[in-house]
Design a protein around this ligand. Structure first.
Ligand code: HEC
Length: 143
C-alpha cells in the first residue's frame, strides 16, 4: 500500500462522512414541534349553596330546641358541631365563648336578640357536665 492510496482512502472517507452529514444521516432528528398548549384547565366547579360550609352538616346535628338553627348557622361557619357539642357549660361560660369567637376568631358579632337566643339554647342543651351526671355513670347504659 502506498502513501497515495492511504491519503486517497482517508479523503474518500472524509468526503463520504461529509455527504452523509449533509443528508442529515449523522445528526439526531430535529425536535418535533410541540403540540400547541392544551386549553387551560376548566375552572373549578362553583361552590354550591349561598355560602361555603366546611362540612355537610345540617342543623339537626344539634339537639332539638328553640334557637337550634340560629346556633347552627352562627357556630358552624368555621368548625363543625362536634367542637361545640364537646362542651358543657353554663350560660355565662357560653357567653364568654361567643365573645372569644368574636374577638379571637373574627366571628361576626351576632345581633343581641340572636346572641341571647343562641346562649339560651347552648346553655339548655349543653349544660355543665356536673349537672348532667351525679357520681359515676355507666357510659354504656342506655339513658
Ligand atoms: C369565625 C370563625 C368561628 C366561628 C363563627 C365560631 N368559632 Fe368556635 N372556634 C373557632 C376556631 C378557629 C376554634 C379553634 C381554635 C381555638 O380553640 O382557639 C374554635 C373553637 C371553638 C370551641 C372549642 C374550644 C375548646 O376549648 O376546645 C368551642 C366550644 C367553640 N369554638 C364554640 C363556638 C360557638 C358556640 C360558636 C357560635 C356562637 C362558634 N364557636 C363560632 C372559630 C369560630
Amino acid at each position: 500500500m502506498t502513501w497515495g492510496k492511504v491519503i486517497g482512502g482517508a479523503l474518500a472517507l472524509v468526503l463520504a462522512l461529509i455527504v452523509l452529514d449533509k443528508q442529515g444521516m449523522l445528526r439526531a432528528p430535529p425536535p418535533k414541534p410541540r403540540p400547541a398548549a392544551t386549553v387551560a384547565a376548566a375552572p373549578p366547579a362553583a361552590v354550591p349553596g349561598p355560602a361555603f360550609r366546611p362540612t355537610e352538616e345540617t342543623p339537626d346535628a344539634f339537639p332539638d330546641g328553640n334557637g337550634r338553627d340560629e346556633a347552627f348557622y352562627l357556630c358552624t361557619g368555621c368548625h363543625g358541631t362536634a367542637l361545640v357539642k364537646a362542651q358543657g357549660m353554663g350560660r355565662q361560660q357560653w357567653d364568654d365563648t361567643v365573645s372569644w369567637m368574636v374577638e379571637k376568631h373574627k366571628m361576626p358579632e351576632p345581633d343581641p336578640a340572636t346572641r341571647g337566643l343562641v346562649l339560651d339554647y347552648l346553655a339548655a342543651v349543653f349544660p355543665p357536665r356536673a349537672q348532667q351526671q351525679r357520681g359515676w355513670v355507666n357510659p354504656f347504659a342506655n339513658r
